[in-house]
Design a protein around this ligand. Sequence first.
Ligand SMILES: [Zn+2]
Length: 283
Amino acid sequence: MRIFDPHIHMTSRTTDDYRAMAAAGVRAVVEPAFWLGQPRTNPGSFADYFDSLIGWEPYRAGQFGIRHHATIALNPKEANDPRCRPVLDLLPRYLDKDGVVAVGEIGYDSMTPEEDEAFAAQLALAVEYELPALVHTPHRDKARGTERTLAVVAESGIGPGRVVVDHLNEVTVAAVHDAGCWMGFSIYPETKMSPPRMVEILKEHGLDRVLVNSAADWGHSDPLLTRATGEAMLAAGFTDDDVDKVLWRNPVEFYGQSGRLDLSDLGPAADTFEGSSIKRGGS
Ligand SMILES: [Zn+2]
């Protein structure tokens, strides 16, 4: 099983995670820029983070045979902090970089006027830089947040096929499907979306325009839940080809729209990767 995790925050994960992911078949990831738990207080802090997402983290991933790309943005939560908003002026420099395959995560956290402004400005950047957009939906008041998200996307003029609306569930999937956007699902260990629930959504809505991710970060999360979802699909009667479409070809198609996705020379097939020699990082 080859797996492309289209949304995972590797900055917060260990080399043990990289090793386990490689053994499970993960061969490519996209790491969206997001908040880091501790609030940042100045744009320089973002610049260092963005540099890490396009420099250090791809190097770290590469040591485990995993290809790493990033998305860059001012996240919705920190868009509310006037000390962070000048980050918007830094973005053009990063949106020009090779390893950057989308603008994201953008969207809503608390649906404030400040978030409205940052969201619209960054969708405009996505149009200008001809990049897809990764849109986070709020975990509170998700239905209203998703509805408002789709309205702002429609207003921006970006093609809906270039937008993934992420962290969906049974309540929000239909509206995103009907809008023509890509549907992102984050599979979590306890709360929210689980592999069995994901399988039911795939049965009902089909496999097109669906991205399944672990969204693993510094909170309670599991970078192997993409694999668990593939196993749950097989157990439910989906074919190997169906699993390959959802866990590999769909993310390749979505992020491929950037024209910057580089999956060349990925090395041995994932299923034979375990046991091969893995270069160690650090000293
Ligand atoms: Zn995220």
